[in-house]
Structures are given as C-alpha cells and as structure tokens.
Ligand binder design. Sequence first.
Ligand SMILES: [Zn+2]
Length: 321
Amino acid sequence: MTVAPLTVTNAVLDGERIGLRCVDGTIAELGLGVEARPGDETIDANGAPLVAPLVNGHAHAAMTLFRGYGGDLPLMRWLEEKIWPVEAKLDAEDVYWGARLACAEMIRSGTTRFWDMYFHVAQTARAVDDAGLRAHAGEPMFDIDGESARMQEKVLHSLEELSGSGPNVSASLTPHSIYAVSEGLLRWTAELAAERELPVHIHLSETEQEVADCLSEHGLRPAAYLDELGLLGERTVLAHGVWLDEAELELIAERDCTVVANPVANMKLAIGGVLPYPAARKAGVRVGLGTDGAGSNDSLDLLSDLKVFALSQRHAGPTRR
Ligand SMILES: [Zn+2]
C-alpha cells in the first residue's frame, strides 16, 4: 500500500513554530520553513507541541470488549468470577475487533507502540498491522489445569503465526503470572526465550497474596523466584511490581529488566498500592507505564495513567519513598 507523504505545519518544538514532513513512515524534514508539497496529506497543528509518541508497556488490547464488566470486584474475584469465564467464549473475530478498537483509542491518545498479552494473538497482530501501529504481542500462557504440553504447543504455534506478521509486530513470550503458570512451564519459557532471543512479558507482584503464596510455596519472593528460573534479563518486562521490596528492586536493576507500573488498574482493582517508584528509581530500575486492559482500567489513554501515577506516588507519602 502506498501512503502519501505527510506534512505537519505550525507545530511547536523548543518554543519555535516548525514543520515536519514524513515520507514512507520516516521523518524526512524537520524544522523551520518545512512546507507541504503537492500530493501531501497535511495537518495544521495550530500551535500544538510536537512530542515523541508514547509506548504503552502493558496491555490486553482486545479487553476493550470488557470495559466496565465486573466493576467493584478485587483482582482474583474479578478474574475468576467474571473475566476468565467470558474470555473462554471469545473467538478469533471478537479478538480482532476488540483489538482494532484498542488501536484506535491508543492512536487517539498518542500511543504508537504497545506490549500486549492476549488470546488469538495472530488477530491482535492483524489489528495492529491494519491500524498502522506497532506492538510486541504474545499468547498468554496458563497451565493451572496441568496441561503444560498443550500450552507449549500452542505457544510454538503462535510464534509461527506471528513470524508471518509484518515488521510492525514482534513476538514475545507471555506467561500470565507465577500463580497461573507452573514452575516447569516457566523454566521452559526461560529456555525458549534464551534460545530465540525473545522478550518475556509477565505480571509480577500485583497482589500481596501473590507474594505470601510465593514465599510459602517456594521460600522466595516473586522476583527472586523468577530469577532462580532464569527469567530475569534485559528482555524481561514485569507488569505491576506493586509489592516489590528493596532487595527485589536491586535484583531487577542488576538484571536490567523493565518494570511497568499500571496505577489506574491497580486502583480500580483495589490492589492496595502502586509500584514504589522512588525506591525503584533509587535502585536504578528502568520503569515504564501501562494501562493494562480496558477491562481493568476502562480507558487506554496513557496520559491519564501518567497523571494518576504522579498523584498516586504523592498520595503514598514518604513511607513509600
Ligand atoms: Zn495485565
């Protein structure tokens, strides 16, 4: 598909009104006196600031279909009683249209790339391509039913499907969490990620219960447990991190992982806290921001998460600093 060059005029950068011209998806000209040429698509920014696009570090795009569903429930009851039963009924076409809607919402609020974890991942990839966005996407892994072999097959199949996607979609491995994935399947994930140099994107330390269960089952806190399984590395993205302690944050920084805060989803599901950003920063952890799915946020507007993130850190007070 050939796309006409795009020229944006009247945008503000460093206090000056400038123009920007894109050709074939690349910025070809930027600065004073950039003008549209015949045949260009044009946008008059009318004095709006020119800023870098946003990256949504943790999402479940197709969950736009569940916006508002199961409100006022805490995380585990929300998942077990509301979300997992309806997700079991989704088909590929549902996921495509849910993800298309998510892409439109993200474009509208300045996001051009997102990290996603959702069923029928090839449909999310198709929606991303059709919308002209970029994403790192993976098929969520669960084996609480004990069926790790079936899950491994499903993941390998999804990687094959994603290898046929365009350059806008990158594959990642997405074990749901340490409470929904067995130790064996997590070890398999670590080996596959190392072998194929794939990112790993997982929910971690979202609830206090998850920490308590990990300590009683494995004698380790969640980040130390993942490290023992070989899952902490520079390509690892940890979503939430609400209950990470200082030692875990230091370990995560040492392993060069990224932690993604999801403040709105944490508040909506009454998690009882948000990522302890000052401690994460002190430890040198790379921190990103995510919306989580629209089911646990009601919005995919990352800028509203940014506002809530700043407010939540102030609200937490000096004990969390
Ligand atoms: Zn999530």
